[in-house]
Design a protein around this ligand. Structure first.
Ligand code: ADP
Ligand code: 5GP
Length: 221
């Protein structure tokens, strides 16, 4: 990888805006590309091989591991996922930053193997905003909402492993901060305050899960 190009790992509790931010980063500047992972999971409706994922069978995935073709890999929800090394080599040759949407196990491996990688944890401004973003389309039933809240609780547990913590309040400001981190203009932003807000969010989400959260479901019906 060239000195300029770097790996940008984005992690966030479900509903924070990770997908939106990653799409803007890649959509607004040709300096950023998505890393297209390999997976043994079956394609969902609308997913295209080579665009959303490289869909491979378990034997094909094992061969990629054996041949050293993956920078990191992990089992997530019973399927194997991995980041192809070739994506990095192509991006590095073009001086582009690679945006990775990977799980925490993968983020840890990237941190170990690519010391220049930027690991960024995104936080919602507060729990009400998170609930609003999670339920904004009004299509979430309570079981789906509970699943997403439980996964948010797990994700919030690993904040301290990340070098940078950025609050996704105003989208453009958040994008500017991420670009600043990647270019080296923004230095360490993970702080005690960020850890405290992550803990407060966990407490509040825990409370919502214990109470009746039906007021948050089917919000726009
Ligand atoms: P994630 O990938 O983290 O689950 P999404 O990117 O799907 O989250 O965003 C969840 C919802 O929040 C979407 O409706 C998105 O448009 C909205 N959203 C994301 N970031 C912001 C922001 N900074 N301000 C307002 N709405 C946002
Ligand atoms: P999904 O199947 O919903 O697309 O993704 C499930 C999970 O796998 C998400 O948390 C996603 O971030 C993670 N994931 C996707 N690609 C990779 C990858 O290449 N490596 C790792 N470690 N996790 C991945």
């Amino acid at each position: 990888m060239s000195t300029r190009a770097c790996a940008v790992v984005l992690a966030a509790p479900s509903g924070t805006g990770k997908t939106t931010l990653a799409q803007r980063l890649v959509g607004q500047s040709s300096d950023y590309v998505f890393s297209i992972s390999a997976t043994t999971r079956s394609p969902r409706t609308g997913e295209v091989d080579g665009v959303d994922y490289h869909f491979v069978d378990p034997a094909g995935f094992e061969a990629m591991i054996a041949d050293g073709e993956l920078v990191e890999w992990a089992e997530v929800h019973g399927n194997l996922y991995g980041t192809p090394r070739a994506e990095f080599e192509r991006a590095a040759a073009r001086g582009e930053h690679v945006v990775l949407d990977i799980d925490v196990q993968g983020a840890r491996q990237i941190k170990q193997r690519m010391p220049g990688a930027k690991l960024i944890f995104l936080l919602p401004p507060d729990v009400q905003t998170l609930m609003g973003r999670l339920t904004g389309r009004g299509t979430e039933d309570s079981a789906a909402l509970a699943r997403r809240l439980h996964s948010a609780l797990e994700e919030l547990q690993v904040v301290e492993e990340f070098d940078y913590v950025v609050v996704n309040d105003d989208l453009d400001r958040c994008l500017e901060t991420i670009r600043g981190i990647v270019s080296g203009k923004v230095e360490m932003s993970g702080s005690g305050a960020a850890l405290q807000s992550a803990r407060a969010l966990r407490r509040e989400i825990g409370r919502i899960l214990e109470e009746d959260y039906s007021e948050y479901t089917n919000a726009k019906r």
